[in-house]
Ligand binder design. Structure first.
Ligand code: HEC
Length: 99
C-alpha cells in the first residue's frame, strides 16, 4: 500500500473516533466544570432533572450539540467542538438516548 494511502486511512479513522465522542470523558468534563451549579438554580435538586423534564428544550442530537455548545460558551469552558462531542455523548448516553 502507498504510504500516502495509509496516512489518509489513519486520518479518517481518527476523525471518526473524535466524532463519536467518549461518554466517560464527557462525564468527567461535566463533573469538573460547574454545569450543574447553574442548572440547580434553575430546577433544584442535583440539576439533572433539567435534562429529563417533560418540557425539555433538547429534542434531537443536533439540538443537544447546540445546547452544550451554548452552555459551554456561557461557562467559558474553552472547550472545542471535539471536546463538546464527549459531553454530548455522555448526556445522550445517560439522559437523552437519541439515535
Ligand atoms: C450560566 C448558567 C448555565 C451554565 C453554567 C450551564 N448551563 Fe446548561 N442550561 C442553562 C439554561 C438557562 C438552560 C435552558 C433552560 C431552559 O431554557 O428552560 C440550560 C439547558 C441545558 C441543556 C438542555 C436541557 C433540556 O431542556 O433538554 C443542556 C443539555 C445543558 N444545559 C448542558 C450544559 C452543560 C454541559 C453545561 C456545562 C458546560 C451547562 N449546561 C452549563 C444554563 C446554564
Amino acid at each position: 500500500m502507498h504510504s500516502k494511502t495509509i496516512f489518509l486511512l489513519a486520518g479518517v479513522l481518527v476523525a471518526g473516533l473524535a466524532r463519536a465522542g467518549d461518554p466517560a470523558v464527557g462525564e468527567k468534563m461535566v463533573t469538573e466544570h460547574a454545569c450543574a451549579a447553574c442548572h440547580q438554580r434553575l430546577v433544584g435538586g442535583d440539576g439533572s432533572t433539567l435534562y429529563t423534564r417533560s418540557d425539555r428544550k433538547v429534542t434531537s442530537k443536533a439540538k443537544l450539540t447546540a445546547q452544550v455548545s451554548f452552555c459551554s460558551t456561557q461557562l467559558k469552558t474553552g472547550w472545542f467542538p471535539e471536546d463538546e462531542e464527549h459531553v454530548v455523548a455522555w448526556l445522550n448516553h445517560r439522559y437523552y438516548h437519541f439515535k
